[in-house]
Write a protein that binds this ligand. Sequence first.
Ligand code: HEC
Length: 94
Amino acid sequence: MTLVSGVLRAGFGLTACLALQATAVAAPLPKGDGYAELRTECTRCHTLHNIQQSDGFTAEGWQAFIEQMTDIETRPEHRNKIVAYLAEHFPPDP
Ligand code: HEC
């Protein structure tokens, strides 16, 4: 997915998400290995709600997606921890 299609999807999804937002805000992301790095890297441009509301990805999918969205490939240690965290806690929706 390109970043542009991500932006479009985020926009189209907004109406549907509004009703769910109160619940999403109340539920924090699960703590675990990689969470600290994720907070640092992924809240620079937006909140973590994007992650909770995403459809989920495989490890390969998350890596490709976040490398396209950010410059995280310049910090492979952070990238590897974050990809492992995301693949464990936010796998693709069945
Ligand atoms: C350089 C800025 C930037 C950083 C850093 C960033 N993002 Fe994003 N992200 C965006 C933009 C821009 C969008 C689309 C608009 C929006 O939803 O705010 C987006 C959207 C998303 C979406 C929703 C995509 C969709 O199709 O629904 C997810 C999930 C996401 N980001 C995850 C992450 C994760 C995980 C990280 C940390 C590795 C991260 N972002 C770091 C800029 C960034």
